[in-house]
Design a protein around this ligand. Structure first.
Ligand code: ZN
Length: 143
């Protein structure tokens, strides 16, 4: 069984995953070319990151002649969903609303984005509670 930490994608690995999601199936050479200017990584670093993503099960490999092609095992939206859920899981349930408000405030949004958010808020109004109960272990928050 893998350790919990192994199921997470690190910041560096996210950079690689984004290239894979956009261009899969893809070679490590192509990933290096995309990220060379942004990250200033050596090809060996890219290969190490891909190796870890393969070990963690986020990337699959397929041999084609003398080269390897990499593909993501989960979609970008599935992975983003998991990441945002992890962010939410790291804060007291009573603070989630203000975390979300903060995220919205910090973000540049299109008119369509705002419309979508309004729809989500409208649907949330129906099952909003008076007060969200704290879900923390005593000593982890001061609710
Ligand atoms: Zn709490």
């Amino acid at each position: 069984m893998q350790a919990a930490i192994d199921s997470k994608i690190t910041d560096a690995e996210w950079e690689v995953m984004r290239v894979i999601w956009t261009n899969q199936p893809i070679t490590s050479k192509f990933i290096s070319e995309v990220l060379v200017d942004k990250m200033n990584w050596k090809p060996a670093t890219i290969k190490t990151l891909i190796g870890r993503l393969v070990e963690k099960g986020f990337v699959s490999t397929e041999q084609e002649g003398n080269r390897y092609l990499y593909s993501a095992t989960k979609t970008e939206s599935e992975s983003i969903h998991k990441m945002t859920k992890e962010v939410i899981d790291h804060v007291c349930a009573t603070k989630v609303g203000s975390v979300l408000a903060d995220l919205i405030e910090q973000s540049l949004l299109s008119k369509d984005d705002v419309k979508r958010l309004e729809e989500v808020i409208q649907s949330k109004k129906a099952d909003a509670v008076e007060a969200v109960p704290c879900n923390c272990v005593p000593g982890q928050c001061d609710c």
